[in-house]
Design a binder for this molecule. Structure first.
Ligand code: HXC
Length: 259
């Protein structure tokens, strides 16, 4: 499928999504948000794809929602726009495919929120992350007031949301907003290395793990642990469980089939 605002590629089980609006630092307008939502569905429907990498063209990952398209919105339009963003982020978060955010530059506002819905985030050292919405007289509308405190803790999240200050890759790593920070020229190599490792695993278990962690965090611990037991036992009906354990006992690498 052709996309106007994205460059999409597929290689060795990995889907690559690059936001391609560099003139506006990859700011998210409605059209781009809809395209991202669509490409997540496209990758999910392609059974060869096991993991995806999301990054940005040029000097930004995503500099936020498109301010020029928001400036004159009515409250109803703002509500619809926020909902579009939530649909996109829920789609990423609940996708069977893990998403790796390769944060190559500015990841501000909606850009920072998108990485919070990803499963793994890697920042280039020179990346700048933050929730500067308060400087525009608004607050985050793509889940930043909710996912950020869950990721970095309540006080740190409030500090970032209330001051609107940007942080660099090292600070993002120190507060737990990203998994790792790497030299700028190592970013894509690192993301592809991690994606390659995931692509070699059982896609059944990739999906189970995502579902268990995401669902478990929304319910009480006892129910979440029961859910784990039930997923664990159903794993024993799969080819991949048999292959994984057989391969270990035969001292060879498993070949998973995702069934
Ligand atoms: C629209 C944007 C943009 C944005 C940058 N541009 N960010 N356009 N929306 N979010 C445009 C600029 O207007 C400029 O266009 C071009 O991209 C290059 O940006 P510069 O400002 O010239 O670059 P630089 O000096 O390097 O500064 C980079 C920057 C700054 C620090 C990232 O652009 C900036 O502060 N951007 C806004 C960041 C932000 O506030 N994000 C949150 C948005 S609100 P021209 O035409 O002049 O070349 C949000 C809410 C989400 O995300 C929830 C909604 C429901």
């Amino acid at each position: 499928m052709a996309y106007k605002n994205l460059i999409v590629d597929k290689k060795e089980g990995i889907g690559f999504i690059k936001i391609n609006r560099p003139k506006v630092l990859n700011a998210l307008n409605s059209e781009t948000i809809k395209e991202i939502t669509k490409v997540v569905c496209e990758l999910e429907n392609d059974k060869k794809i096991k993991v995806a990498i999301l990054t940005g063209e040029g000097k930004a990952f995503i500099a936020g929602a498109d301010i020029s398209s928001m400036a004159n919105m009515t409250p109803l339009e703002a509500k619809e726009f926020a909902k579009l963003g939530h649909i996109m982020l829920n789609k990423i978060e609940r996708s069977r495919i893990p998403f790796i955010a390769a944060v190559n530059g500015f990841a501000l506002g909606g850009g920072c929120e998108i990485l919070q819905a990803c499963d793994i985030a890697i920042a280039a050292k020179s990346a700048k992350l933050g929730q500067p919405e308060i400087n525009l007289g608004i607050h985050p509308g793509f889940g930043g007031t909710q996912r950020l405190p869950r990721l970095v803790g309540i006080m740190k999240a409030k500090e970032l949301l209330l001051t609107g200050r940007n942080i660099d890759g090292d600070e993002a790593f120190n507060i737990g907003l990203v998994n790792m920070v790497v030299e700028d020229d190592q970013l894509m190599e690192t993301a592809e290395d991690i994606a390659g490792k995931i692509a070699g695993k059982s896609s059944v278990q990739i999906q189970f793990i995502k579902e268990l962690v995401n669902t478990g965090l929304d319910i009480d611990l006892n129910s979440a642990n029961s859910l784990e037991i039930s997923y664990f036992s159903s794993g024993f009906s799969t080819y991949d469980q048999k292959e994984g354990m057989k391969a270990f006992l035969e001292k060879r690498k498993p070949i998973f089939k995702g069934k």
